[in-house]
Design a protein around this ligand. Sequence first.
Ligand SMILES: Nc1ncnc2c1ncn2[C@@H]1O[C@H](COP(=O)(O)OP(=O)(O)OP(=O)(O)O)[C@@H](O)[C@H]1O
Length: 530
Amino acid sequence: MKLQRSSAVTQLHGAIKSLKQDLKSLRSFALALSKDFQRQSKTCLYQVLAAVQGIQLQNEAMRLFQIKAFDLEQSLQEVTERYEKEKQKRKALHNNLIELRGNIRVHCRIRPLLPFDDAVGHSVSQDRRRNFSEKAAYAADDETVLVKCSRPGHASVNKTFQFERVYNDLESQDAVFADVAPLLTSLLDGYNVCIMAYGQTGSGKTYTMLGPQLEGNLSFSLEEESELGIIPRATQEVFRLISEKPPGSYWVEVSVVEVYNNEIFDLLAKDGYGKVFGIKRDVVTTREGKSDVPLLTHETVENASEFLHLVNKGLQLRVTHPTLVHAHSSRSHLVVTLTITTVVFGDNFGTSWEDEQSSQRLNKEASCTFPQKMRDNKSTSSSRASSPVQLEATEKMKQVKTRLQLVDLAGSECVGMSGVTGAALRETSFINRSLSALADVLGAIAEQRAHVPYRNSKLTHLLQDSVGGDAKLLVMLCISPGQKYLTETMQSLGFGTRARQVQRGQVKKKLSQCRVKENKTLDSSGFKYH
Ligand SMILES: Nc1ncnc2c1ncn2[C@@H]1O[C@H](COP(=O)(O)OP(=O)(O)OP(=O)(O)O)[C@@H](O)[C@H]1O
């Protein structure tokens, strides 16, 4: 029994000993664990601290970057503003230079790609068909056209052309007119002005000059104000400017002419029943060396809507023909002319305060003797001043005529591209000949040749005073953007570039054209004929 108890005690001792050892090793494990934990948490703390420091540094760097970016943004804004100011100054200087040299201004408008651009002619190869829908002409900026010339099997070449203004395909009729409007102020300041749209068939000349045409009708819609082109807008602007002048000191006459197959037609001439129909007219050179169309109908208009009504009537007679390019291709050159007659006092002409005052005074003094007769568009020989004061006032009065010519040229084109045959082919060849005559005239003026071949075509003869004379001339170059029209586009851009180089001498103000007492010897347009 005693032996049994001692062996149990020994076992218990052994167990206690091993338990103690286990406890010891557990303790040292726990110690190691806690040490490890402390070490790791220390490391983590360091890492967190480092990360926090890093974030703080990054925040600081970010703040510095933000300050720098803000500074850069501000200086960029300043530079942009300076650049815009310099650009405006450069433009103003360029405009002065243009004025001094009598340069022709050229603006270029690139129309958007349109559904009919996808249509292809029969003679076109598969290779060319593939890149037809691609764009070739872009507005690189508001003064540069970029043309990507790519031909199958050749590396594409980029060409650039500079103009006074380039409109991209998204720019509105408003934007185009905004650049034209200052010319109209010049018109009332006594300068002749001519705005001429040049470009290939379907490139947007009629759209730019008149606005979108009504379906199945050649007139343009007056409903969509924002879509109106230069002609209706210019007229509205002219009448707006006139409304700011003393009443009775300005009046406006309009003529509408088309040049078709090298013949001039008066689109406002009326038959015995008062119906408008086109009568053939001729263009002559007056003794003063000016071009004129005798017997041309000049209708007096009192406001823009009267004018637009008349022009719409005339447009019904304009010749158009469907081509492969588009359905309403104009086959004639359209020339709409607004003649503004101004009554001026003495040698003054302009918009100065004194001019306005003298003009107003004059209107009061002589209102019943002069302007109404003139506005009636009849001979002025019956105008009589009845008192010495009125006689003196009338003698000091002068008429000054300034002219706004708005020209929608027929489209320059390759016969293959337009796909015309028969009579239409004849029309096309007349169009092309008259446009090359225009290019020849510009070439002769540019080279300052003694002889300028105005009379080689009725178009150039009719436009002689605007192209070679003393008018401020703006060519609105219209461009179709598609690869398909690359040849025509390059031709039009070449025309515009040559036109820009023409120097015609300083554009002159139209001062006293004729005294009232001299009017007896002049016809209603103020010109004497050979
Ligand atoms: N900037 C533009 N935005 C939208 N449509 C346009 C634009 N320019 C032209 N178009 C459209 O393209 C088509 C052809 O334009 P438009 O009749 O003005 O060409 P054109 O140069 O006068 O042609 P043509 O010399 O054959 O008479 C028309 O349907 C016109 O509405």
